[in-house]
Design a protein around this ligand. Structure first.
Ligand code: E4P
Length: 218
């Protein structure tokens, strides 16, 4: 299972990278705005800074919603670095653009997936990744994890190269449940990765080991 971090914060990306568990980064326009990044040139420079921090797989989202605009923006983003994955929304022109990018060897991440039908369309168009948003489904009393399991079952029937990238993960059990059903990738905020570390018995056990060592060794 690959771990991506879902943030545009450079310190958080460096922290996850330094833990040694990071395979990539996902961003979106809201996460970029949260970091105060605005203006075309600043946005491109920030994606470049993210690429400088990690080995590969940096999802950078287009703002355009028409085919020509998505292609133009996606080409500009992918020219920044071979690490860029162009993030494209699940809309009609987005699907067309994913097919164009796929034919031109540009990797894509189809975002805002909320149904199996949308996932199938993106996979057929040749998306490298599809991002089903599980937390946002849970927010409206639907079952986000059930969608991940459904997509794994569907993709197992065929030879799609598309990877299922579980997104909108809000807590550690979301991540564990995605791993149980076999999601290829999970993108999470830093605090979700950090909370995987914690167990009270680990803390109690370590404290005892160190105390016993101290007693025996003075
Ligand atoms: C995925 O690529 C999105 O950036 C993200 O996971 C959305 O998460 P949210 O629903 O917590 O905003």
């Amino acid at each position: 299972m690959k771990f991506f971090i879902d943030t545009a914060n450079l310190d958080e990306i460096a922290e996850a990278r330094d833990m040694g568990i990071l395979d990539g980064v996902t961003t979106n326009p809201s996460l970029m705005a949260k970091e105060g990044i605005s203006g075309h040139e600043n946005i491109l420079a920030h994606y470049q800074a993210i690429c400088d921090l990690v080995d590969d797989k940096v999802s950078a989202e287009v703002i355009a919603t028409d085919f020509e605009g998505i292609i133009k923006e996606g080409q500009e983003l992918s020219a920044l670095s071979p690490k860029i994955v162009v993030k494209v929304p699940m809309i009609r022109d987005g699907v067309k653009a994913i097919k164009w990018f796929s034919d031109n060897n540009i990797r894509t991440n189809c975002t805002l997936i909320f149904s199996a039908g949308q996932a199938l369309l993106a996979a057929k168009a040749g998306a490298t990744y599809i991002s089903p948003f599980i937390g946002r489904l849970d927010d409206i009393s639907a079952d986000g994890l059930q969608l991940i399991a459904q997509l794994i079952a569907i993709f197992d029937n065929y030879d799609f190269q598309t990877e299922i990238l579980a997104a909108s993960i809000r807590h550690p059990m979301h991540l564990i449940s995605c791993a149980e059903v076999g999601a290829h990738v999970a993108t999470c905020p830093l605090n979700v990765f950090q909370s995987l570390l914690k167990h009270p018995l680990t803390d109690i056990g370590l404290e005892k080991f160190l105390a016993d060592h101290q007693k025996a060794n003075g």
